[in-house]
Design a protein around this ligand. Structure first.
Ligand code: AMP
Length: 537
């Protein structure tokens, strides 16, 4: 077995590795570090959780330990698809370069250009950036890329998903032909293959087993259930989620809860908070400082439940997550692998549980096909049929027909569904005591037919802390109607990618946010309502 001492790393880097407590290199490190140190291009096919970050950071520090950067001319460049991932790579540099004198700058959206310009002006050894922000700096004439000796593209498959490939190609073109390229992707889609064929020169190809096949440490399960009524599906799923968390008890020390849509991230986080769970949302509409605060809280153990969208959670390295809950079955099978890979990291045990309703069964099939295995069916932890929680039907504008009573009520209030959904703290009835919800009459118009709501498993929290949180949160900008109908994944991706594009007044890449043709998968609630009314009445 390869040892770190076999890898020819700088002794100062070795010291930092030792302090990090790593005993042996992971397979991607053992495979990628030697050719990287020889100056060869590397194509690493590996997912997060495999130790791939150190796979490029360690040789880079070793190589950059010699020489110095000139003003505005970084010596190396790491491109990451999301701000969080970029910040994480920067942390890795801090950890492993603590005994080497290297300068770095992190260029991500949501941070002032001025601070970043000052760093670049001084000269940096390592520039870690999201593609949009990097090009912004370049286009403002603040950055010269002709001295880049090593360029890393991290999570290229995500870049592809997020429409960043044209930006990546442009950045490749701005760096010297002689640069060394370290390129990482979890999968090799044809477009990724094309990029690597174009921009990499005779790369050493290192492929490590997909996390799905190496995930014996992750215990998986899915609860398949049919909601009592279609319009109660979302609230019954939230009941189910709480019951699953309760059933895990103390074993669930912390968890990431994934939802497919940002709106649901907000609703689920709010619902959990309402029921006394320590939860906070993270998605691309939240401002950067809030996202950073939430993540820091989760990493430090102050926050127990992180409710997340795929894009925001991409590549997050939180080493000790005991559980992942898939509130929704992801619509892209590979996302399931990424999601569950947040738990069971670095050889620890983890548990990944998912909720599946009938409309998700096709996606569940696709995941099982990809895994080449079936996910064990779990018995529902709810013995009686779930009753659904009361977190406002008003917030679920896109998730199904709205109960008629809610609509009647809303006459006194203009219906502005998306802003409400994205700023739940403002839209929710904050004054009402949090624990009134489960006892109040359901918003639903047919209470006789409905099961009586059961008491919440956990004592709901006081309203006070919730309002405190309201004050600290910046409500997201309201979305336009066109945006609200854009598939969630595209919307979030375009927002993640795109502070910069908006700043420049144009949109690079695909998935601009105003060109929406048709409605995609989303049936606006008002249409469903009128169908319902015709049918029933
Ligand atoms: P990554 O795939 O880069 O996101 O890394 C996943 C996790 O593995 C991080 O928490 C790293 O700190 C950890 N890690 C990286 N290299 C090693 C190693 N050689 N031994 C043990 N853990 C490691």
């Amino acid at each position: 077995m390869t040892k770190f001492s076999d890898l020819n790393l700088n002794p100062k880097v070795m010291k930092a590795i030792e302090e990090a407590g790593y005993e042996t290199p992971t397979p991607i490190q053992a495979g990628a570090i030697p050719p990287a140190l020889e100056g060869r291009d590397v194509l690493g096919i590996a997912q997060t959780g495999t130790g791939k970050t150190a796979g490029f950071v360690l040789p880079m520090i070793t190589m950059l330990a010699r020489g110095r950067a000139r003003a505005r001319m970084p010596r190396s460049l790491v491109l990451c698809p999301t701000r969080e991932l970029a910040a994480q790579v920067a942390e890795n540099f801090d950890t492993y370069s603590k005994y080497v004198n290297l300068t770095k700058a992190l260029l991500i959206g949501g941070v002032s250009f001025k601070e970043q310009d000052t760093l670049i002006d001084k000269g940096v050894d390592v520039l870690i950036a999201t593609p949009g922000r990097l090009l912004d700096h370049f286009e403002r004439g603040k950055l010269i890329l002709s001295d880049v000796k090593v360029m890393v593209v991290d999570e290229a498959d995500r870049m592809l998903d997020m429409g960043f490939i044209p930006d990546i190609e442009k950045i490749f073109g701005l760096t010297p032909f002689t640069r060394q390229t370290l390129f990482f992707s979890a999968t090799m889609a044809p477009e990724i293959e094309r990029i690597t064929n174009t921009f990499l020169s005779n790369p050493a190809r290192i492929e490590v087993a997909r996390q799905s096949s190496a995930s014996e440490t992750i215990e998986q399960g899915v609860v398949v259930f049919k909601p009592s009524r279609k319009d109660r599906e979302a609230s019954e799923k939230r009941d189910m989620l709480r019951a699953m968390i309760e059933a895990e008890g103390a074993k669930c020390t912390n968890a990431i809860i994934f939802c497919n849509r940002k709106m649901d991230v907000d609703v689920v986080a709010k619902s959990l908070k309402k029921y006394g769970y320590d939860a906070a949302p993270i998605h691309g509409d939240l401002d950067q400082s809030q996202r950073t605060r939430t993540l820091d809280g989760f990493r430090s153990g102050d926050l127990r439940f992180l409710v997340a969208s795929d894009v925001a959670a991409r590549g997050l390295d939180v080493p000790s997550v005991s559980h992942v809950f898939n509130f929704d079955v992801p619509s892209h099978a590979e996302d399931y692998i990424h999601r569950i890979g947040r738990t069971g990291r670095a050889g620890r045990d983890g548990k990944a549980m998912m909720i599946c309703v009938p409309k998700d069964e096709k996606n569940l099939d696709a995941i099982e096909k990809l895994l080449q295995n079936s996910i064990p069916r779990l018995e529902s932890p709810i013995k009686a049929p779930p009753a659904g929680d009361e977190v406002d039907a008003a917030m679920e504008t896109d998730s199904g027909p709205k109960p008629r009573r809610a609509r009647t009520r809303s006459r006194s209030k203009p219906v502005t569904p998306e802003p409400e959904a994205d700023a739940p703290e403002v839209a929710a009835p904050q004054k009402a005591p949090v624990d009134t919800a489960p006892q109040t009459a359901p918003v639903d118009p047919a209470p006789q037919a409905e099961p009586v709501d059961t008491a919440p498993q956990t004592k709901p929290a006081d309203a006070a802390p919730q309002s405190a949180q309201v004050a600290s949160q910046t409500p997201a900008a309201p979305e336009t109607h066109a945006e609200s109908r854009q598939p969630e994944r595209m919307r979030e991706q375009s927002q993640q990618r795109d502070t910069g594009a908006r700043d420049r007044g144009y949109q690079r890449g695909r998935g601009g946010d105003s060109k929406v043709v048709g409605m995609g998968d989303h049936l606006p609630s008002f249409i469903a309502l009128s169908f319902d009314e015709r049918r029933t009445g």
